[in-house]
Ligand binder design. Structure first.
Ligand code: T4K
Length: 391
């Protein structure tokens, strides 16, 4: 590629970014440290560090109320929660899932000695295409694990219908859905089970963490035991569980985060709206759907980079990086192209044309509550500037 000349505004603004450090795809919302200290004092006084202490109990209760999900079990991360969900429902054989997700989705299936069967995604929602699920069902299929990618709701009704018809369980990987509302309730209340992630990169975080939302008290108790080695009481271990417990310090951070979540969602919404307005005129940069129409969480800002934009997605990604903007290609490569999945019959690119195409074009731009307006403007200015480059 020949040398290029940047418009002056881009050169100037990029210089300021280098001084101030990179702009990442996301940053966790950090409450003032002083507000965390009283929680630490409580932990020091109680000397209860984990195993369902009072902070854990408080967070579970508050999250249940916030999400309208009475049967919620906290976890140490979303991946262990996914594995536990598969175990809790005694899933066997094959699990239908999407290739367009973070790798933990398929890994949780394989860690459970199950086989993932990939089904292509819908070109508008980037979620599993409900019309293609039925043809992937075999006598060995026992569950569907769809992902509400970027917090955008899956076709929950259609999925429920096909699952009901074939007697399949549905476990939603709801890692991206904290705070998303759909059909008058939390999106994470769908399926037999829904699994949330509270990782540092998520809209609501406990440093590391996650949760499973169940439909009834019996299932919640089973899950609570599974995440604590299967222990029922001091002398009874009733199943092969693992250690999925959230510690008190993680729960404390969650309690603090929860106090700020509504303000954070509001700020994310502003950033989302601003991007859409500012990028509307840039040809070949397609802002994808706005998430749930009834209550998105603006956790990600994915754009599809396509003709007539002058740069390929990878060129744009690299150019932004040069200017200190660390956008991310979530989810490239698709899981089905990874070495450990490639040999599966369902992983053939020909079986998954939409997922493969979107993965080549997708780019997630920075979005987080503390993203300053001038930084957002600079990101857009860079994208606009690259579009008018002369080679
Ligand atoms: N299912 C789905 C659909 C998921 O997206 C995920 C996780 C899971 C399941 C599994 O849930 P967990 O077991 O993680 O609870 C990140 C996260 O590690 C991962 O949790 C997340 N999905 C995935 C989408 O993104 P990376 O490899 O992109 O993370 P990393 O370290 O590059 O972070 C991205 C940016 O975030 C950094 O450039 C800066 C910022 N960041 C990150 C961390 C870790 C911070 O500012 N502070 C931090 O502490 O995977």
């Amino acid at each position: 590629m020949n040398a290029v000349t940047f418009p002056k505004t881009i050169v100037n603004s990029s210089a300021s970014s280098v001084d101030e450090g990179p702009l990442y795809v996301t940053r966790p919302d950090m409450p003032p440290l002083e507000e965390f200290l009283p929680y630490l004092e409580r932990i020091w006084q109680s000397k209860t560090l984990t195993n369902g202490g009072t902070l854990h109990q408080e967070l579970e209760k508050e999250l249940s109320a916030y999400l309208g999900a009475p049967y919620l079990s906290l976890f140490n991360n979303g991946t262990i929660a996914l594995v536990t969900a598969l175990k809790a429902l005694r899933i066997s054989g094959e699990v239908i899932t999407t290739p367009f997700s973070f790798v933990a989705t398929a890994h949780s299936i394989v860690w459970s000695d199950l086989t993932p069967v990939f089904v292509d995604i819908d070109p508008d929602t980037f979620n599993i295409d409900p019309d293609k699920i039925e043809e992937a069902i075999t006598p060995n299929t026992s569950a569907i694990m769809p992902v509400h990618c970027y917090g955008n709701p899956c076709a929950v009704k259609a999925i429920e219908e096909v699952a009901g018809k074939h007697g399949l369980r549905v476990i939603y990987d709801a890692a991206h859905t904290f705070g998303v509302r759909h059909d008058g309730r939390s999106l994470a209340c769908n399926g037999d089970l829904s699994v949330l992630s509270f990782h540092a990169t998520k809209v609501f975080t406990t440093f590391e963490g996650g949760a499973i939302i169940s439909r009834d008290a019996v299932m919640k108790q089973r899950i609570d035991r599974l995440k604590n080695f299967g222990i029922a009481d001091e002398v009874t271990v009733e199943m092969v569980g693992l250690n999925g417990k959230m510690s008190e310090i993680h729960a404390a951070f969650g309690l603090l985060q929860l106090q700020r979540i509504d303000e954070n969602l509001r700020r994310r919404q502003e950033i989302d709206r601003h991007y859409r307005e500012l990028l509307a005129e840039v040809k070949g940069i397609r802002c994808s759907f706005g998430g749930s129409k009834q209550g998105p969480n603006f956790g990600y800002f994915p754009v599809v980079v396509e003709t007539p934009y002058r740069l390929s997605r990878d060129e744009l990604y690299a150019k932004l990086r040069e200017h200190g903007v660390i956008a991310r290609r979530y989810f490239y490569p698709v899981i089905s192209n990874m070495s450990m999945y490639r040999a599966l019959p369902s992983a053939r690119p020909g079986n998954l044309p939409v997922a493969n195409e979107i993965a080549e074009k997708i780019l997630c731009l920075p979005i987080y509550p503390a993203l300053a307006e001038r930084d957002q403007l600079r990101i857009v200015e860079l994208i606009r500037g690259f579009a008018t480059w002369r080679y």
